[in-house]
Design a protein around this ligand. Structure first.
Ligand SMILES: [Zn+2]
Length: 170
């Protein structure tokens, strides 16, 4: 069974330009059995992924690509509820246009602004996300380990015992 474990959609990640529906159509064309969608710090494409999965009859899973102090980590098998409140707040703020010049504010800036106002978990250290994912029975994979350099690479080695795998080409 062939499942691509690292995907983004335009519904869930700012750096993706492909809709969930097109992503699943392409995956079906390439004879994949399913996709795991791993948006950046978010599960907000869940609905679009469900629809795309149903219409293509491909399996769909959802993980999350977490921004940590040591780069992006893919967490699988972790509950989305940790991100749902943040997603809801960000969506509300964007939809209602409550921020002036919202094109200029990045999601990470918005997260920081929200973090200072509400008690919402908006940042993770690598150690925390590994521990939390393992506590929930999931696993963590390094998203793009070769983009880290210098001291970070050295520190990254300290995590290698606790991660399950690593993407080697991205
Ligand atoms: Zn990614």
């Amino acid at each position: 069974m062939l499942i691509d474990m690292h995907n983004h959609t335009s519904e869930g990640s700012k750096d993706s330009r492909i809709t969930a529906s097109d992503l699943f159509l392409i995956a079906r064309g390439r004879m994949l059995d399913g996709l795991c969608v791993t948006e950046h710090d978010s599960f907000r494409s869940r609905k679009a992924v469900e629809v795309a999965s149903a219409s293509t009859r491909l399996l769909a899973f959802q993980g999350v690509e977490v921004s940590t102090d040591y780069g992006h980590m893919l967490a699988y098998g972790i509950r989305s509820s940790l991100w749902d409140t943040e997603d809801a707040v960000i969506d509300t703020v964007y939809l209602r246009g409550m921020i002036h010049g919202r094109e200029q504010i990045s999601l990470s800036e918005l997260r920081k602004a929200i973090q200072s106002k509400l008690e919402i978990r908006t940042s993770w250290t690598a150690k925390e996300i590994i521990e939390e994912t393992h506590r929930q029975g999931g696993c963590v994979i390094l998203a793009h380990p070769f983009s880290y350099a210098g001291e970070e690479t050295k520190t990254m080695h300290s995590f290698l015992g606790s991660i399950s795998n690593s993407v080697i080409f991205n």
